[in-house]
Design a binder for this molecule. Structure first.
Ligand SMILES: Nc1ncnc2c1ncn2[C@@H]1O[C@H](COP(=O)(O)OP(=O)(O)OP(=O)(O)O)[C@@H](O)[C@H]1O
Length: 566
C-alpha cells in the first residue's frame, strides 16, 4: 500500500492561511475550546437544530431540492453571512442592517455553490507546527471543482465559525449529501509507470494527484510497476471488487497496457473465449488516465493535465469510449484505441531498438531515418464501412479497387502499395496534431477512422505529415483515402529480408523492400506500443466498451507545437 505523501503546494495553497496549519478532523467538543470560542471575536450563532436531533431528523427526512436543511451564520471573507444548506446547494448572503431596499440588495449579493461541484468538506483548525491533533476550530472548508475553459481547478470556500456544535452539524450534513453522489469513487487501484517520459510519473502522482485524492477521502492502492506487463499481470488476478475504478499514470503505451488488462479481465470474468472471434463485454470499472508520458494521445483526446484528470476522477465524470480489438488468426492479440502500419509501425520499431537514447531524440531519429528509407508496403486492405458513413475518397483513386462482396455483403477490398495505414477509434489529439491524427472520428461514435496513404514521393508524403500541425486538411491529397469503418483486415504481401535489418549506414534503394522481420512478423504501432504481428490483422471497433473518467475534448488545449523534425 502506498504511504500518503506530503501535501502538494497546490493543495496546500488552498489549505493554508498565514502560518495556520489546517487539517481535517472530526469536530470534538472540548471544554477548553468552547471557552476560547466564547471569548472569540468572530460572530457565532447557535445552529437552529441541536446536533443529535438534527442528525436524526436529517436521516429520516427526504428534503426537496430547495428546502433548507440547516441555516447558520458564518464569516466568509471579512463579512458575516447568513448561510443556508439545501440538498443541492450552499447559499450565503451578507448580513446587513435593514433598509427599505434591503430585499433587492440581498438578492444581488446572494452567492452559492452547487453541491454537485463540491468534492470535499473539511473541518478547519489552527495548529502549531508539528501538532498532530486538536487545535483551535476555525470553521469548515468546502472544496469546489471549478471549470476554467477545458481545465478543472480546485477552489476552497472557507466558512468560519468557532462553534463545535454548529460546525459538526454542517460537516455531517454536507458529508452525507456528498456521499450520495454514486459515481464518485471511494477506492481506486492506481498503477504508476516509473519510467514514463523522463521518469517523472510518480512525482506527478505525488504532487498533483495524491493530495487531491486524500482531500476527497479516496483510498488509493498504488502499484509502481517493476517491468513492462506488470500492470497487466496484476489486473488479470487481483481482486477488483473493493475498488470503484482503476487509474494509470503514464503515457500511451502504459494506458494501452492497463486498458487492455482491464478489458481482458472482464472477458475472463465473463467466460469469453479470446481464442475465437467473440463479442467482448464491457470493462467492470472505469479507467482514469493521468497523462505523464512522452506521447499522451489517449489522454489528450480528453484531458491533458494531472490536476484536471484527477478532478474528473474525483467528481466521477464518466466518458464512454470506443475500443478496438486486434486479432490475428482468430486469436485476440489485444485491445487498444489506435493502430498504424507501414511508416508508423516501422518508425516505432526503429525507435524501440534505440531505447538507450532519450525519448524525444530517439523519436526524431527514428522518424528521420524512416523517412529517409521511405518505402511502400504491398498489402490487401479490406474494410466494412460504418452505417451512414460518408465516403471521403478523393477524386483520383490510385489503387486498383476490387470491391469484394463478402459473406455478410459488406467487405470492400483494396489491393496496392501503401506508405502508411492508420486505423483509429479516437481522434488522437496531440500537440503536433491539435485537430487529431484522426479528426474525423469521435471518442464514442461507434466507428473507426481508416486513413490509407498510398504510394507517393517523399516530398508529397512530408507535405501530408506537415499538415497535421496546421489547420489545413491533412487528407486533401489524391494519394490518401479515408473511410469511416467498423472493421478492417490488413494482409501484407511482402516476403523476404526485413527492411529494418538493413544496417544503419546501408542505403535502402529497393522501392518495394518489405518490412517483414527476420521472424516473419510485421511491426504495428498499437497505441505507441510495438506489436509484432505474424500475418493478417483483423481490427474491429466495439462501441463504448470502456468507460473513462473524464470528459470529451473537441480540440487540444494548447496552441500547436511545431514538430522540429519535419
Ligand atoms: N517498470 C517498468 N519498466 C519498464 N517498462 C515499463 C514499466 N512499467 C510499464 N512499462 C512499459 O513502458 C512502456 C512505455 O510506457 P509509457 O507509455 O508510460 O511511457 P512513454 O514515455 O510515453 O513511452 P514512449 O517513450 O514509448 O512513448 C509501456 O509499454 C509500458 O507497458
Amino acid at each position: 500500500m502506498f504511504e500518503s505523501p506530503c501535501k502538494s503546494i497546490n493543495v496546500l495553497d488552498a489549505w493554508s492561511e498565514n502560518q495556520e496549519e489546517l487539517r481535517e478532523t472530526q469536530p470534538v467538543s472540548s471544554r477548553g475550546t468552547r471557552k476560547r470560542q466564547q471569548n472569540a471575536t468572530l460572530s457565532v450563532s447557535a445552529p437552529q437544530l441541536c446536533a443529535d436531533d438534527a442528525d436524526k431528523e436529517r436521516k429520516e427526512k427526504k428534503y426537496r431540492p430547495d428546502e433548507p436543511i440547516v441555516r447558520g451564520i458564518f464569516q466568509i471573507g471579512k463579512k458575516s453571512h447568513n448561510v443556508v444548506l439545501t440538498a443541492t446547494r450552499v447559499t450565503w448572503t451578507p448580513i446587513q442592517p435593514e433598509t427599505p431596499t434591503a430585499d433587492h440588495d440581498v438578492k444581488r449579493q446572494e452567492e452559492y455553490v452547487e453541491l454537485k461541484d463540491v468534492f470535499a468538506v473539511k473541518v478547519k483548525r489552527r495548529r502549531s507546527a508539528g501538532q498532530q491533533t486538536g487545535g483551535t476550530l476555525l470553521g469548515i472548508t468546502l472544496f469546489q471543482c471549478k471549470k476554467k475553459g477545458l481545465k478543472l481547478k480546485e477552489h476552497a470556500i472557507h466558512l468560519n465559525n468557532l462553534s463545535e456544535d454548529h460546525c459538526e452539524i454542517w460537516f455531517k450534513s454536507l458529508k452525507e449529501i456528498l456521499s450520495g453522489f454514486k459515481n464518485r469513487p471511494k477506492s481506486l487501484k492506481v498503477f504508476v509507470n516509473p519510467i514514463s517520459h523522463k521518469k517523472e510519473a510518480y512525482q506527478i502522482y505525488l504532487d498533483e494527484v495524491a493530495p487531491l485524492f486524500k482531500l476527497a477521502d479516496i483510498e488509493a492502492d498504488v502499484t509502481i510497476t517493476k517491468r513492462k506487463g506488470h500492470a497487466l499481470s496484476i489486473l488479470k488476478d487481483c481482486s477488483l471488487e473493493e475498488h470503484d475504478g482503476v487509474v494509470c499514470v503514464g503515457g500511451d503505451g502504459f494506458v494501452a497496457e492497463v486498458a487492455h488488462g482491464l478489458l481482458l479481465r472482464a472477458q475472463m470474468d465473463a467466460g469469453r473465449d479470446t481464442d475465437s472471434i467473440f463479442t467482448p463485454v464491457q470493462a467492470a470499472l472505469p479507467l482514469g488516465i493521468i497523462p505523464a508520458g512522452s506521447t499522451n494521445v489517449v489522454a489528450c483526446s480528453r484531458i491533458r493535465r494531472g490536476m484536471t484528470a484527477a478532478l474528473h476522477i474525483i467528481m466521477g465524470h464518466h466518458q464512454p469510449v470506443d475500443v478496438c480489438s486486434f486479432s490475428s488468426m482468430g486469436r485476440l492479440l489485444r485491445f487498444g484505441f489506435s493502430a498504424m502500419f507501414g511508416f508508423g509501425g516501422r518508425t516505432l520499431a526503429l525507435a524501440e531498438r534505440h531505447r538507450w537514447m532519450p525519448p524525444s531524440q530517439r523519436r526524431e531519429f527514428a522518424l528521420i531515418k524512416t523517412l529517409a528509407n521511405l518505402k511502400p508496403e504491398d498489402c490487401e486492405l479490406s474494410f466494412i464501412t460504418s452505417h451512414g458513413a460518408e465516403d471521403q475518397i478523393n477524386a483520383r483513386v490510385l489503387y486498383t479497387i476490387h470491391s469484394v462482396i463478402g459473406e455478410h455483403g459488406s467487405w470492400q477490398t483494396r489491393q496496392g502499395l501503401y506508405l502508411n495505414i492508420s486505423i483509429m477509434a479516437i481522434p488522437c489529439l496531440c500537440s503536433t496534431a491539435p485537430r487529431g491524427l484522426a479528426p474525423n472520428t469521435r471518442l464514442n461514435n461507434g466507428s473507426m477512422a481508416l486513413i490509407a496513404v498510398g504510394n507517393t514521393s517523399r516530398s508529397e508524403f512530408i507535405k501530408h505529415l506537415k499538415r497535421y500541425n496546421s489547420t489545413t486538411n491533412q487528407f486533401g491529397f489524391s494519394f490518401i483515402e479515408t473511410q469511416t469503418v467498423k472493421a478492417v483486415k490488413l494482409r501484407p504481401h511482402s516476403q523476404g529480408r526485413c527492411a529494418d535489418d538493413v544496417s544503419e549506414n546501408e542505403e535502402c534503394n529497393t522501392k518495394t523492400m518489405p518490412i517483414i522481420s527476420s521472424e516473419g512478423t510485421y511491426p504495428w504501432n498499437i497505441d505507441a506500443d510495438l506489436l509484432e504481428v505474424p500475418s493478417e490483422l483483423l481490427i474491429r471497433v466495439h462501441p463504448q466498451l470502456l468507460t473513462l473518467f473524464g470528459a470529451d475534448m473537441e480540440e487540444a488545449e494548447e496552441a500547436p507545437v511545431k514538430c522540429s523534425c519535419i
